[in-house]
Design a protein around this ligand. Sequence first.
Ligand code: NAI
Length: 335
Amino acid sequence: SARPVTITITGAGGQIGYALLFRIASGAILGPDVPVRLNLLEIPQGLRAAEGAALELQDAAFPLLRQVEVYDDATKAFSGANLALLVGARPRTAGMERGDLLAANGGIFGPQGAAINAGAADDVRVVVVGNPANTNALIAASHAPDVPAGRFTALTRLDHNRALGQLAATLGSTVGSLRDVTIWGNHSATQFPDVSHATIDGESVPNLLSARLGGADAAREWLVDSFIPRVAKRGAEIIEVRGSSSVASAASAAIDHMRDWVQGTQHGWTSAAVVSDGSYGVPEGLVSSFPVESVEGEWRIVQGLDLSAFAEHRIAASVGELAEERDAVRELGLI
Ligand code: NAI
């Protein structure tokens, strides 16, 4: 039978942690044949919550779950990790400037990157969920010089999935029939959800939107005034309606990201924030969302897509924000 895979989850005592653990233990990332060991990392205030979740994991009697350990020491928690989901982060609180936020997260993701560098498995793959996710991933990667840069990613799959949900609802289709939607840039309000290459059963989504909404102008208006802002600001909408932030959908997206990374993408591309190699003019080294396929366990940026002037403008705006965040953390000595 397959060897157990060690999965480290930070912030495991928090809300997303609680939604993640049970699905991972049931085999949602690696499939029904691969046993898992879970290492839960928390800060002292979160330890009891993580220990409580560990008790419940035992009570759920998942056949694939071989071991659960709870730590407040990053070096121990990342030791031997094959997969790492970095969820715990310092949230922005009232009166906090961006510099304070980046500095507080640098204090988390720098040491975690170093711990991954020191003790994770050779095949370690990391997704950062905790915000500001792209820049936190950049900080972690910069503290892990011995780990290939391609192993550090940030989550934009939730934004991608939100885009699929909006398109399916508007076109009366199913999310499973949609192909080749892209989220570009930062996991923030500046992100660019792009449907220009998207299809349903081989038909272009822009054409389907024109047919549905009464012409190309109406379709363009819907994309710019409704779709893009709704996807980009969906987190705020969820808080407004639910009274609490996106949790289960975020956990589900993190699982989709890891499952596709390990098992491969099958039907066209998806979106993930990966370290840029300079593709599409995104400065090398920035952790930016791209159209990606997972082949043989590696994310590959889909090449050769034509971009409209509008798309180039929107991508440049979001990438500009990422470059500013990088400059800020560089100035703070965090990378
Ligand atoms: P939460 O506050 O319920 O849980 C966070 C947990 O992280 C807490 O238990 C806290 O004790 C722990 N933590 C803090 N610092 C830590 C450290 N240094 N090491 C280990 N654990 C640490 O928050 P929730 O709802 O689970 O969200 C977690 C993060 O995910 C937030 O930063 C949130 O903004 C982000 N997020 C990202 C999304 C994305 O699409 N990329 C979507 C939704 C949320």
